[in-house]
Design a protein around this ligand. Structure first.
Ligand code: CA
Ligand code: CA
Length: 342
């Protein structure tokens, strides 16, 4: 409805999509982030539980190298408790899969899904590349098909790229944030093509959010301003006031919408390959205008995701070209003449 003063219907058409598909607990989404409040009232039901592990017996029952890894792992502090110490990961998880139609809180893009908590960022929101790599490998080796990676930086890492290649080869779809510098700054891991889908943020007018990075590495966009989702209380005041929902801005939030949609499409058709899944989301997006303030005519990838179209339309073939050169024998194209695309 454009409820915050924006343009009506520049959303992802989630309610319309939910007439077709609301998600499935067979789909596992790994959230590589600050952890998740896995006890949250609107998330607990949709948190992944390791089927091969017996909680709290001090034994690595499924022999995966991690003792008592019930809901994921804490790679930041090397323990089995991926509780969110920051709030960021819980917010992302809520957008992907807060329980739907349960009469409380919010609904995620998926009403039903399994979210694996892969904590590698500490309470200050920072972490190491080596822990991120371990988290990615754990996620893929333990059944996550979609990886939400709402983190990044400006320096490249060959070892991180190699881990993403490992995950891609294993059939995982990785979704990464384009970055919040508001510039053309290239952000990693979002720029590691073809291993991940890089996501920019739109606002309620369906244009680039001012903070969102943009550039040729951006594949898609999704809403990223004033996104209302789950969070967790971190101090006494918040606990007293049961502060467990809140709004956030950022390409992180946008990334969560795209991961959520990837899971929703996969729950409708589990036979899709990673390429097919990414194409389905990319080429059913609604075109959006680039913020003219940026001074360049540059797309936000193929546009802002549309969940209804992703579920119901075959992906259109889109030709993305920077320039087309046409020529015939005399070097000019006259009316009625045809020429080949070069
Ligand atoms: Ca284990
Ligand atoms: Ca709910």
């Amino acid at each position: 409805t454009g409820q915050t003063g924006g343009v009506p219907d520049v959303d992802i058409d989630a309610p319309e999509a939910w007439n077709t598909e609301t998600g499935d607990s067979s789909v596992v989404v790994g959230v590589v982030d600050t952890g998740i409040d896995y006890n949250h009232e609107d998330l607990a039901e949709n948190i992944w539980t390791n089927p091969g592990e017996i909680p709290g017996n001090g034994i690595d029952d499924d022999n995966n190298g991690y003792v008592d890894d019930i809901h994921g792992w804490d790679f930041a502090y090397d323990d089995n408790d991926p509780m969110d110490g920051h709030g960021h990961g819980t917010h992302v998880a809520g957008t992907i899969g807060a329980v739907g139609d349960n009469g409380i809180g919010i609904a995620g893009v998926n009403w039903d899904v399994q979210i694996m908590a892969l904590k590698f960022l500490g309470a200050d929101g920072s972490g190491t590349t080596s822990d991120a790599i371990e988290a990615i490998r754990y996620a893929v080796d333990n059944g996550a098909r979609i990886l939400n990676m709402s983190f990044g930086g400006t320096s490249a890492s060959q070892t991180l790229e190699a881990a993403m290649q490992y995950a891609w080869d294993a059939g995982a779809v990785m979704v990464c944030a384009a970055g919040n510098d508001g510039t053309h700054q290239v952000h990693y891991p979002g720029a590691y093509d073809p291993y991940c889908v890089a996501v920019a943020a739109t606002d309620h007018d369906d244009v680039r959010a001012g903070f969102s990075n943009v550039g040729p590495e951006v594949d898609l966009a999704a809403p990223g301003v004033a996104v209302f989702s789950a969070t967790r209380y971190l101090n006494e005041w918040q606990e007293t006031h049961r502060f467990i929902y809140g709004t956030a801005n950022g390409t992180s939030a946008s990334t969560a919408y795209v991961s959520g949609l990837a899971a929703l499409v996969l729950s409708q058709d589990p036979s899709l390959t990673s390429d097919e899944l990414v194409d389905r989301i990319k080429f059913t997006a609604d075109p959006v205008l680039t913020d003219p303030a940026l001074g360049e005519d540059e797309r936000l990838g193929t546009g802002r995701i549309n969940a209804l179209r992703a579920l119901t339309e075959p992906p259109a073939c889109v030709l993305l070209v920077d320039a087309v050169t046409v020529a015939d024998a005399d070097g000019r194209l006259s009316p009625g003449e045809t020429a080949d695309l070069l």
